[in-house]
Design a protein around this ligand. Sequence first.
Ligand SMILES: *Cc1c(COP(=O)(O)O)cnc(C)c1O
Length: 453
Amino acid sequence: MTTKKTYERPIIKKLESNMPNKFGMRTIYEPMSHVEGKAVKDLIQQYGSPLFVISEKKIRKTFRAARQAFETRYPRVQFAWSYKTNYLDAVCKIYHQEGSWAEVVSGFEYDKAIRNGVEGSKIIFNGPDKSETDLRKAVTNNSLIHIDHLDELYMLQDIARNSGKRPRVAIRVNMDTGIHPIWDRFGFNYENGQAWDALNKIMFSGLMELVGLHTHIGTFMLSPAAYGVAASKLAHLAQSVLMKYNHEIKYIDMGGGFASKNTLKGSYLPGTDISPSIDDFAEAITSALMNSDYRPKNPPLLIIESGRALIDDAAWLLGSVLANKRLSDGRRSTILDVGVNILFTAFWYDHKITPAQSFTSYTEDTALYGPLCMNIDVVRESINMPLLNKGDQVVIHHVGAYNMTQWMQFITLRPKVVLIDEKEKVHVVRNNESLDTLIALENVPDHLVNFEL
Ligand SMILES: *Cc1c(COP(=O)(O)O)cnc(C)c1O
């Protein structure tokens, strides 16, 4: 029996074939059939679609290059892994194996770092929400507590007084680095004197050990010069403390925020072309520190809490095409099984997306949607893509930072995460959710158990 072809309303649409654009580049697509030596097709078949894939090799390589960028320029450097950027245990442990301390911003993250085997004294505790219980724990474990506001400072003083312990503290400083708007909601301001005031309060109380100064000026920062300004300002505060109290600050923590190679929405050029390199950030920070007037007997340890720049390009999200359809204006749209609930960064990046199999050389302006029954579920508003068919697979690039922590269980269940190790062996490092994992947290009161329809 021959089945009749389904009728589709004809439209006239210009197909593009490797058109040069104003930069002289052509839109050239190569299929990406393998990730770290493994066939996309096989990975999806074995572990399901969608699937997060992390490369251990890439994580270590990027980390070592970043460490080298700083260590060649400055004598004493320490990295601390930003847990919120990606706190899968397997990922954290790679960074800890590479020598990174832990940088956490909540009680839950703090407990995770301890559970991962990080010594208390090598955990940096940031963030505006540290409960009294959290702080007591951190004081007992000798962790580095970065004070965010005066209420926290006073609470710590009480804990110090009652416990007889001397908390090791730093303050978080916010400042004008020439980048606006200023992130002034965290920590104490430099320009208006709040930071100096907090330092004096700490020194006068005599209850705490002032060990460091911290700043984290923003995220996805594209200006190394801003870090130079920030480092100079922290060095100036350190020098003021040295002059007034003859007290040496042991470390300067420059936070994170270095841009990854992703492309911000609305950006004219791709991130791979415009994001500064880690060397650029390292050069700005280390030269500002060394050129400052701060000259203690021992140079302060330089702490770096970089997150996204270290891990973004070490993970991919594999997905499959569910369907194609035409929008009312005739524009092509493709529905993927990857929603913004698991690809949270689609809200601010134009992710690079590559088909996983060969295709025609024609491309068409396409809207890429996710599977959610929600208007906001847009993976790319407009992307010049080769024509994909139902069942085809795609690779979404640079998804290592923030997706596996900010993702949410909404409409669909979260997929598996696999790690490909340096010998190209695949490990499931986070299982997919199931109905069981969800209902395990729920409880139905007796009177609601039964119903009749
Ligand atoms: C989030 C955060 C980081 C990491 O930021 P990235 O933009 O991922 O580099 C570092 N330090 C603090 C205090 C943070 O809140």
